[in-house]
Design a protein around this ligand. Structure first.
Ligand code: PHE
Length: 362
């Protein structure tokens, strides 16, 4: 009897003194393994008479249970200690100063998009998005450009192979976001929609993929005056000059009526063309920056709204072009070359987030 309790005390002391999981495993095998001491004692119960087993069984069972429990406890304790040690070793001191500052730069297109979002947010516009893979209904038909309309040919569209009777394409402008916004929400609407657009075209001022930003306002009693004020306010904020002069020229877009193309005046300053001032001044001129107009009532109707109740204006402009005018690049293709020297020269600091209060112009 005392032999078994001595054995138990000895085994438990050894188990509690094991300082590695390997040492503990060796002890487990020695006690509970196929040839272990405890296993051996358990085996002696088999041939015993019921009376003898009644007497000798309980201490042996107690030994087995105690040793099993001690092994489990010690194993848990060693595993916890190992985890604690690992966590302590892998700790990083976040308060240490970084060895190097942020690398890379923000692309001028991203920067200008952020600037535009900031300017229009201040005017109460929110940002809307739509898919770059569009169907021809959103890109053309709902915008009053039916199948046979010559404007479809003007867009040099990239079409996908026909699928399930739906004509899919890469959107040629951000105007389909007008349709999606009018169909999914209730007026009044005030959104801008920046994003990528695609046309099969390529030279110094055209790339097959470029960026536009769309603006749409739908409300009651909206007039051309609201449009002009909005564009003037936006261009003054964007070019950070109060002397921005706009020239509105009658134009044609199927989705606006009337349509106006907007030019911004530039003047010669020290022999340099600078945006601002009256373009009709000597040496000055006009640069086309925007297409716009009052939303055609047929478009409002196509979106399920009553054009006698709701009116609005829309505008669209090239983000890359705005970036070129503001920051002085002259080849659009370099925007998409990924040349690190170009990015270093024209890029913006990641920490230089445009804000109206800080000046959106970097
Ligand atoms: N979607 C036209 C374009 O890509 C621009 C535009 C937008 C014109 C909204 C008027 C109104 O040329």
């Amino acid at each position: 009897m005392s032999e078994i309790s001595n054995l138990k005390a000895g085994l438990i002391a050894d188990i509690n003194a094991a300082d590695t999981l390997d040492a503990l495993e060796a002890l487990r095998v020695g006690a509970m393994g196929k040839n272990g001491v405890v296993t051996g004692l358990l085996k002696t119960l088999g041939p015993m008479s019921p009376e003898e087993r009644l007497e000798k069984g309980p201490p042996i069972q107690d030994l087995r249970e105690s040793v099993t429990a001690a092994l489990a406890d010690r194993k848990a304790a060693l595993e916890q200690a190992a985890l604690d040690a690992k966590l302590a070793a892998e700790k990083i001191d976040m308060t240490l100063p970084a060895g190097i500052g942020p690398q890379g730069s923000v692309h001028p297109v991203s920067q200008v998009m952020d600037e535009l979002a900031e300017i229009f947010a201040d005017l109460g516009f929110s940002v809307a998005t739509g898919p770059e893979i569009e169907d021809d209904w959103h890109n053309f038909t709902a915008l009053n450009i039916p199948e046979t309309h010559p404007a479809r040919a003007m867009h040099d569209t990239f079409y996908f192979p026909d699928a399930e009777g739906k004509k899919m394409l890469l959107r040629t402008h951000t105007s389909p976001v007008q349709i999606r916004t009018m169909m999914s929400g209730e007026p009044p609407i005030r959104i801008i929609a920046p994003g990528r657009v695609y046309r099969s075209d390529s030279d110094a001022t055209h790339t097959p993929m470029f960026h536009q930003i769309e603006g749409l306002v739908i409300d009651k009693g909206i007039t051309l005056g609201h449009l002009k004020w909005t564009l003037e306010t936006f261009l003054k904020a964007f070019f950070e000059r109060d002397d921005i002069v706009l020239r509105l020229r009658p134009s044609y877009f199927p989705f606006t009526e009337p349509s106006v193309e907007v030019d911004v005046g530039y003047t010669l300053t020290n022999g340099q063309r600078v945006i601002g001032g009256d373009g009709d001044a000597p040496g000055g001129g006009w640069l086309e920056v925007l297409g716009s107009g009052m939303v055609n009532r047929r478009v409002i109707e196509a979106c399920g709204l009553d054009p006698d109740e709701w009116q609005g204006f829309a505008f669209g402009t090239g983000v890359d072009r705005l970036a070129m005018l503001k920051y002085g690049m002259n080849d659009l293709r370099a925007f998409f070359d990924g040349d690190l020297r170009w990015l270093k020269h024209y890029g913006f600091s990641a920490l230089d987030v445009p804000t109206l209060s800080g000046g959106v112009g970097a």
